[in-house]
Design a protein around this ligand. Structure first.
Ligand code: MSP
Length: 505
């Protein structure tokens, strides 16, 4: 089955931060898991480069929007690489193929009668690139997100007849009750639609940094139309000479935070309907990473640096922490202290030590060969159904819940070592069979959890599976007893070594 997953495309006027890393990692975890299941996966991320925020940032820096975009797109591309994202393409909205495809789709929308010329007057936030309603403003005329004073702007715009899509959108929501997940976001989006929709600006006439409106080159398209279409246009040119649209459209899941829910849950499906294209199957809206209870963002200036965490502790540690600490779909606090605790107690002790101890005991007591043993009943029972449960969680995009399921078994294995005390069995010649069974069970359990953990901690999982002598990562192998022992183990330096506190501070 085709599985097409996307992240939002990030604005190039800011630098990459932990919030961007978070969404990209989550989407990557989904993509990797689905590949393990043998699905036909396409994973897209990229940069949103047009519009007023970028033009203004460039002006402030005394450079051109294109230069600024070129410079910062590289940084977002690097971020994706450094978090080990396996994106199949990196789209930039300044790509000429994207620009041409946007013009083509929106011309079709115009020909379909969904566009008219009008005058806009409203409170415009240049940082959001969005008009605010009176009700949204705070302290008189300030942006609720950026807290800056907004000006009342008036200009000639082309308008998209969004209001006409109220009914079709309500129908879409009625027929696809999981169109937006989690459910509270579905309810929020539907309530917004039911409130009544206004037509919205499709173009801007005071700006030149954007995709020119083909039927009136005095205008450029409002950046959100250009940006949303990336999910569609990328498929038309990601593989030169090949159009992937038939294979991957409609998208399986668009992942994003709640800040851009309205655009994706209302404007995007309406636009696709107007263009007579299929709407995506699902939007998954995760929460905010909070630092000291404030939404972490560049403009509020309380950013923590994912690059530093990765340098000190490794990429897998960052991936694990973010997926584990904050229940995917909800807001949650992150902190250096919280990170260190999870790193030490869970990655280093519960998982890393389990791996080193198991390998060391197989080396010492069985000359480096995992014994071919009979799986103990108790563990077989505890592992039963684990892979199905993980699959189900992933089908619901419940990434943290999937990780919780797996981690329960990591803990179960730790308990098992304590209970069985193989180092005692090793002293007793009569317990040789029992020791075989225990060592087999440990190696096998470790292999199963590691196959399942692979999407979260890919590098560590690969190293550990190689050391266990069984590198097959397909999800069908994530069953206790799918391995039968008899493999030769290899060396494994500590997966999650101690990091000096001073270095981390
Ligand atoms: N360019 C638009 C998106 C266009 S998509 C067609 C945009 N860009 S952005 O750079 O501001 O990225 C917003 C996204 O970054 C959020 O939706 C979320 O995926 C991620 N995050 C940014 N800060 C975050 C947190 N503090 N917490 C969680 N996610 C964060 O909006």
């Amino acid at each position: 089955m085709a599985y097409y997953v996307t992240t939002p495309i990030y604005y190039v006027n800011a630098e990459p931060h932990l919030g961007h890393a978070y969404t990209t990692i989550a989407a990557d975890v989904l993509a990797r898991h689905m590949r393990q299941r043998g699905e036909d996966v396409f994973f897209l991320t990229g940069t949103d480069e047009h519009g007023e925020p970028v033009a203004l940032a460039a002006e402030r820096l005394g450079t051109t929007p294109r230069e600024l975009a070129d410079r910062n797109a590289v940084r977002f591309r690097d971020l994706a690489q450094q978090v080990d994202a396996t994106n199949d393409f990196f789209i930039r909205t300044s790509d000429e193929q994207h620009v041409a495809a946007v013009q083509e789709v929106l011309s079709r929308v115009e020909r379909g009668g969904h566009v008219y010329l009008g005058t806009y007057e409203g409170w415009y936030c240049p940082r959001c690139a969005d008009f605010k309603t009176e009700g949204e403003l705070i302290d008189g005329n300030r942006c609720p997100i950026h807290k800056i004073e907004l000006a009342l702007e008036r200009e000639e715009n082309y308008f998209f007849r969004l209001a006409a899509f109220q009914e079709p959108l309500e129908r879409l929501y009625a027929e696809h009750r999981d169109f937006v997940r989690p459910e509270n976001r579905y309810n929020e989006a539907l309530a917004f639609i039911r409130q009544g929709l206004n037509d919205i600006s499709l173009s801007r006439s005071q700006l030149t940094w954007g995709v020119p409106v083909p039927w009136d080159e005095r205008h450029v398209f409002y950046v959100w139309f250009d940006a949303l279409l990336n999910y569609y246009t990328a498929l038309t040119y990601a593989r030169p000479g090949e159009d992937l649209t038939g294979r991957f459209w409609p998208a399986t899941v668009h992942v994003m935070a709640k800040d851009i829910l309205k655009f994706h849950a209302v404007i995007w499906p309406a636009l696709l309907m107007a263009a007579e294209l299929e709407v995506p199957k699902r939007l998954f809206v995760h929460g905010y990473l909070l630092m000291e209870e404030e939404k972490m963002s560049k403009s509020l200036g309380n950013v923590i640096d994912p690059f530093q965490v990765m340098e000190l502790y490794g990429t897998d540690a960052l991936r694990y922490y973010l997926m584990r600490e904050v229940s995917f779909g909800q807001d949650g606090s992150v902190s250096p202290e919280g990170f260190e605790t999870r790193y030490t107690t869970e990655l280093a002790n519960e998982y890393g030590n389990l791996a080193s101890r198991t390998l060391a005991m197989v080396a010492r007591y069985r000359d480096g060969m995992v014994p071919a043993g009979e799986a103990p009943e108790a563990l077989v029972r505890d592992f039963a159904g684990l892979d199905e449960r993980v699959r189900e969680r992933f089908d619901e995009v419940a990434v943290t819940a999937a990780l919780d399921e797996i981690w329960r078994l990591v803990r179960r294995l730790n308990q098992y070592v304590q209970d069985e005390a193989p180092w005692q069995l090793a002293k007793d010649d009569d317990a040789a069979d029992r020791l075989d069974q225990v060592l087999f069970a440990l190696a096998e359990g470790l292999r199963v959890v590691t196959v399942l953990l692979h999407p979260f901690v890919p590098e560590s999982a690969e190293r550990l599976l190689a050391a266990l002598g069984d590198e097959d990562m397909s999800l069908d192998r994530a069953r206790f007893g799918a391995g039968s022992g008899g493999t030769r183990i290899g060396e494994l330096p500590p997966l999650f070594p101690r990091v000096a506190r001073a270095a981390a501070a």
